[in-house]
Design a protein around this ligand. Sequence first.
Ligand code: PLP
Ligand code: LYS
Length: 427
Amino acid sequence: MKGTEIIGNNFYFGGCDTVKLAKKYGTPLYVISEDYICERCKEVREDFLNKYENTRAVYAGKAFLTLEMCRIIEREGLGIDVVSGGEIYTVIKAGFPMEKVIFHGNNKTIDEIELAVKNNVGRIVVDNLYELDLLNSVAQAHGKKMKILFRITPGVDSHTHKYISTGQVDSKFGIPLKGNIINEAIKRAIDVSNVELMGFHFHVGSQLFDNSSHIKAVKTLVKLMNDMKEEVGFITKELNTGGGFGIYYVKGDTPKPLNYFTDAIMHTIQDECSKYGLSIPQVIIEPGRWIVGEAGITLYTIGSIKKIPGVRVYVGVDGGFPDNPRSALYDAKYEVVVANKMDKEKNNLVTIAGKCCESGDILRYDLKVPSLDTGDILVFKSTGAYHYSMASNYNKIPRPAVIMVKKGTDRLIVKRETYEDLLRNEL
Ligand SMILES: Cc1ncc(COP(=O)(O)O)c(C=O)c1O
Ligand SMILES: N[C@@H](CCCC[NH3+])C(=O)O
């Protein structure tokens, strides 16, 4: 993993000794490397934005969104995609340029739409006809004309976990291609006065190592662009191809450089557009996990060590399901090391248990480790995406702090929740 080293017995991340970080900030602790995020953004600029004309990249905020993350993404020159009123509020509070914000969601509420309209969100990705009417009336009430894309369900199965596959025919996301729904939607968008249809969006799924789903979806979408030009006279100006680029979690994962996906997307768009005689639209990508996933680790302290003779050794840590629901939800796997025993041989087999009152709260089965002691610090790698953002207060457990490391320096970006925080809305 990039940005990691071993000095003495200890595991370093982003130039910082993780054992010292655990002592300074307490555990569980989310540690995010700014250097790593910036490197990824640079790759986006060099291998996509600067390589191809008329392109845009937006970071999918659902992966990890804090005020500081918004500020970093702004400095790096990317936009942000948001999926809720809370995410819109976060980008507003961070002072993020709203024209670079894209708003998604399969059931946006009227309040969320109002927030987006009032704050001039750059693009709204309209998921269905109900939303089109709602948005148009809200925009009308505020005297605005909102730029929109239609989210299309491309009918493509992606090779990933069922819960994070989104582009298949049977999906809650987007407008299906079956029937004439999209023709109707386009006609209606052209007819009404307070939206301006710019083009289409699709997202096939997440944590993908193979570009074939993107290629298939692009072919489907360019055909749609051609059909809609012929059938309703609509010229597509923008095509948003979503995110989904996979990262490394454990052995066997085969992540690809960004351009494995983006070159394939761009070449397919160029070829298909020239086949139909269409001009090439602006192309947008929305990577989330790929930007921040490997930029993060989580630190835990070991408490109880329970040996069930002939069965298993359970090692209890001070976090679990509330800070990492992915293990239970998707059976997600992680590489784990003992931060203060990097030099020791791994001769023991243990299972890492979270502290929730839930048998399924197991963070890692059958991990090879050195001999463990209470107080040892465990490092779970690749936890930058969909950990802090999916964290909960189950069992009234406060959410961990988040710190940012950069070239050997560390700073707090989200305070650890307190017990008082847990009760702040209770009457
Ligand atoms: C519309 C949309 N864009 C972007 C993403 C980001 O996905 P990922 O984090 O896999 O890049 C998602 C999530 O799957 C999404 O639904
Ligand atoms: N939460 C999922 C990713 C969802 C992607 C958003 N559509 C995960 O942790 O893998």
